[in-house]
Every structure is written in structure tokens, then in C-alpha cells.
Design a protein around this ligand. Structure first.
Ligand code: EPZ
Length: 428
């Protein structure tokens, strides 16, 4: 077991380079299965969610060659299996994308339901509705979701909820279907546009990605391509929030400022000065944060994946803020952990009332999910004293080189092996 030990209370200063977007990578990598020749994917984040996807692709029969830390060549020509087992899917929310990609490639798929972060029920009914509209028969056998079709045919699909996963999965299945598919009430996140750009660069015909109506005209063949994944909006937002919470001055490099608009707007309300450049933003904070209210919504609203991080900033703000979760049923599990550090937060259903305190105090806390873990890091960095963050494998799912990146900004943060790890290493 490992944990992070943070000796906080220092403002962050310097430059951090943002990695490729996790939620784009976990869609684009399975999409490679649709190609008839090898693809080179660049700017892949080196995180455990991506490693798990690549291992699953290898098990399906893909040939994977690492070119460098952030670039791989994937040859899907010999993929002959359509099964992603429970063991392969464990801990991987995006396993469901193999359903769309394998249905698109082989017209059959057998995939374990997704694991990953636990914040309430995570249904896939809209994905299934989409596959069925395209002509697939979906069944549940032995804990696996099975999809099968003789042929997939374009169709009109209206999503009852704006779902990132369903939009992506339907795109993956429809891209080689016969005829025109229209997804209405589609999600508009930057990673949806990135996936569409990738598929189009292989020869797909997708229009409207980034709006709430996406049109996909099926093609017979997709050819390998070289493609670079967009920067991670949420990793960038996390370092921005950390700069604000610690009263720092940080250049967040290799970002697309347009993807950060809602985060920039809210952090400005807390009193931060934010300068925007072509591919970077600078965050300067010279004061205690001011209160502000935040409601999470699908893109272009404020992202739910930044909710715990901004709540941590507001836990230190002057005044009382209200944070409303508009995407997930239950995404306030981190609040108990922040409370252990002295935060004053009352949760009522989908709303948290945060009464800012002057300072938190270091404590042992847990990363109860990926972004909750990011919030613990921010809290620890902003707090004098020692904060120990446990269950950090959840943070490693989505943040590349987090210790190295925060250390380069002047933070005192270490990855420490706990006695249990030493025991395991001794026995090995
Ligand atoms: C994606 O999850 C992200 N994961 C999540 O990020 C993110 O929180 C979420 O989108 C919302 O932005 C990946 O991209 C891998 P949804 P996804 O389908 O696709 C309901 C992170 O921290 N819904 O957009 O699973 C659902 O219950 C992760 O990086 C249905 O009702 O989310 C939720 O309330 C965590 N039926 C809402 O829609 C469905 O069939 C949005 O879910 C699907 C979803």
C-alpha cells in the first residue's frame, strides 16, 4: 500500500505541464479497434486507467508498441476476441466503451459492466437503448453484457439524459453502421469532440460533435492514423484550484483555455487573477478566497469532475458558499474527509453548504474516489502541518506524475510505502 504525505502550507509557484486527457484517451484507445490498419496515438496520459485499457486491448489481440512515455502504436488487425472479462474490466469505468467499439468492429461484444469511481448508481440504460436502436440485441449473461447484431443500421436516438458515455458508445457503434445515425440531446464535452476528430481522421463521417445533435453517416472502412489527444481539462482545473487554495502563482501549460472557461469564471469569482494565453493560463492568487456558488452541469457548464476541488477552495473561503451537484446522485463522499481536517460543510441531498474556515488542519484522510483524492491533495497542500492521504491508487487512475508535478511547484509531497507494502515486498 502507498500513501501521500504532504507537509502543507506553502504557496505553489512555477509551471506545470498538463498531460493528455484521461476521458478522451479512454474513448480513443478502444476506438482504435475500429481501424483496419495501425494507429499512432500521441499525448496519452501515463495513468492506471490507460494502462488497464491497453492491457484489455492486448488481451483482445491488439499489438501494442510503446514509442515513448506518451505515444503508442496500436495494430488492431489481429484482434480476434470480443470478450472483456470481469477481471479485465475491474477498476475501469470506461470498460463499457469496448461494447461500442467491438460491436462496431465485429458486430458482437461480451463485456463486464464498468467499475471505476463509486458515487451512486451508474446506469448504462442509455447506451443500451442506443445499441438496440442500431439493431443490436443486448442481453445480460453471467454478469456480462452481451451485444450481437447481423448488421447495424443507422437510426435516430434521443438520449433521456445528457450522457458522455452513451454519446461516445453510440458513436463507436454507429461509425461503421449502414446509413445515418442521429444522436439528439448528445453530450458536448471536449472529449466527445476529440473522439469525433479522431474517428474522422480515420475516414469516418461525423458532424456536429460539440453540439447537442451529432450526425454519423456510416462508412465501410476506417484506416489507421496518427492522432494527438487533447490536454486534460480536469487535470488543468485541479492544478488551478491548488494554486488558488495555496495562494500561489502558477503557469498551467499545454492546455486549451476554451475548455477551461467555466472553471476560469468560477475561480475568478473567488478572487483569483487568471491570464489566458494561446496554450496556457496563469493563475495568481494574492488573498484569501471569496465565497461563490457553484452548480455542476454537463459541458459547457461547470464540470462535476471539478466539484470536490472547488469545494475545497471554498472550504477555505471568506463566507458561505453553496455547491449543487447537477450530474451525479451522490458525489459528496469526500466531505467526511474534509470535515476530519476541520472543514465546515453541511450536505443536504445534492447540495452542500460550505462555511469557509480560516484554515484547515492536517489529518489522515482517504481518497474515496479519483476527484475526491484530488481534493484531499489540494486541502493538504493548503494546510499547515502533515496530511496523509491513503487509498491513493484512486488518484493514480487519473493524475500522471502527481508527486513530481506538485513538487516542481514547491510542494512538499512524498509517496510513501506503508508497512503493509514493506511486508509484501519482503515476502515477494
Ligand atoms: C463520464 O462518465 C466521465 N468518465 C466522468 O468522469 C464524468 O463525471 C461524467 O462523464 C460526467 O461528466 C469518463 O469519461 C470515463 P455520464 P459517464 O454517462 O460517461 C446518468 C472522472 O472523474 N446516466 O455522462 O459514466 C448518470 O447516472 C470521471 O474522470 C443514466 O441515467 O457519465 C449520471 O447522472 C468520474 N443512464 C449522468 O447520466 C445512462 O445510461 C451523466 O453520466 C448513462 C448515464
Amino acid at each position: 500500500m502507498e500513501k501521500f504525505v504532504i507537509s502543507g502550507g506553502k504557496s505553489l509557484n512555477g509551471t506545470v505541464r498538463i498531460s493528455g486527457a484521461k476521458n478522451a484517451a479512454v474513448a480513443i484507445l478502444p476506438a482504435v479497434l475500429l481501424a483496419d490498419s495501425p494507429c499512432i496515438i500521441e499525448n496519452i496520459p501515463n495513468i492506471s486507467d490507460v494502462t488497464n485499457i491497453l492491457l484489455a486491448m492486448k488481451a483482445l489481440g491488439a499489438n501494442i508498441r510503446t514509442i515513448n512515455k506518451s505515444t503508442v502504436e496500436i495494430d488492431p488487425r489481429h484482434v480476434n476476441s470480443f470478450v472483456v472479462s470481469k477481471q479485465m474490466a475491474e477498476g475501469m469505468r470506461a470498460s463499457s466503451y469496448f461494447l461500442g467499439a467491438l460491436l462496431g468492429r465485429m458486430k458482437k461484444a461480451r463485456v463486464a459492466p464498468p467499475g471505476g469511481c463509486n458515487f451512486g448508481v451508474r446506469p448504462i440504460d442509455q447506451h443500451i437503448k442506443g445499441f438496440e436502436a442500431l439493431g443490436a440485441k443486448i442481453t445480460f449473461e453471467g454478469g456480462l453484457v452481451e451485444g450481437y447484431a447481423d448488421e447495424l443500421y443507422g437510426s435516430s436516438i434521443y438520449l433521456d439524459v445528457v450522457s458522455v458515455g452513451a454519446t461516445i458508445n453510440i458513436m463507436l457503434a454507429a461509425v461503421k453502421a449502414k446509413g445515418l445515425t442521429v444522436i439528439e440531446n448528445a453530450a458536448r464535452e471536449p472529449h466527445i469532440v476529440d473522439l469525433a476528430n479522431f474517428l474522422n481522421s480515420m475516414g469516418a463521417n461525423i458532424m456536429g460533435a460539440g453540439t447537442n445533435i451529432i450526425k454519423i453517416r456510416g462508412v465501410d472502412t476506417l484506416l489507421g492514423t496518427t492522432y494527438s489527444i487533447i490536454p486534460d481539462q480536469i487535470e488543468a482545473g485541479t492544478y488551478m484550484a491548488a494554486a488558488v487554495a495555496t495562494g500561489g502563482n502558477v503557469l498551467i501549460d499545454n492546455v486549451t483555455p476554451k475548455h477551461l472557461e467555466s472553471i476560469i469564471a468560477k475561480l475568478r469569482e473567488t478572487g483569483a487573477e487568471i491570464l489566458e494565453y494561446d496554450e496556457a493560463v496563469r493563475v495568481i492568487m494574492n488573498r484569501r478566497p471569496k465565497k461563490c456558488n457553484v452548480k455542476t452541469m454537463p459541458h459547457p457548464g461547470f464540470p462535476t469532475d471539478m466539484q470536490p476541488q472547488i469545494a475545497t477552495v471554498l472550504a477555505l473561503a471568506e463566507g458561505t458558499s453553496i455547491v449543487t451537484e447537477g450530474v451525479w446522485d451522490s458525489r459528496f463522499r469526500y466531505v467526511d474527509q474534509l470535515t476530519l481536517m476541520g472543514a465546515d460543510i453541511q450536505v443536504d441531498g445534492k447540495m452542500a453548504v460550505i462555511t469557509g474556515v480560516q484554515s484547515l488542519s492536517g489529518a489522515p484522510v482517504k481518497a474515496v474516489d479519483l476527484r475526491a483524492g484530488a481534493a484531499m491533495l489540494i486541502a493538504g497542500l493548503a494546510t499547515k502541518g502533515i496530511t496523509e492521504v491513503e487509498e491513493i491508487e484512486r488518484i493514480d487512475r487519473g493524475y500522471e506524475d502527481v508527486v513530481e508535478k506538485f513538487s516542481a511547484l514547491g510542494a512538499d509531497i512524498k509517496r510513501v510505502y506503508t508497512p503493509e507494502t514493506n511486508e509484501i515486498l519482503k515476502q515477494a
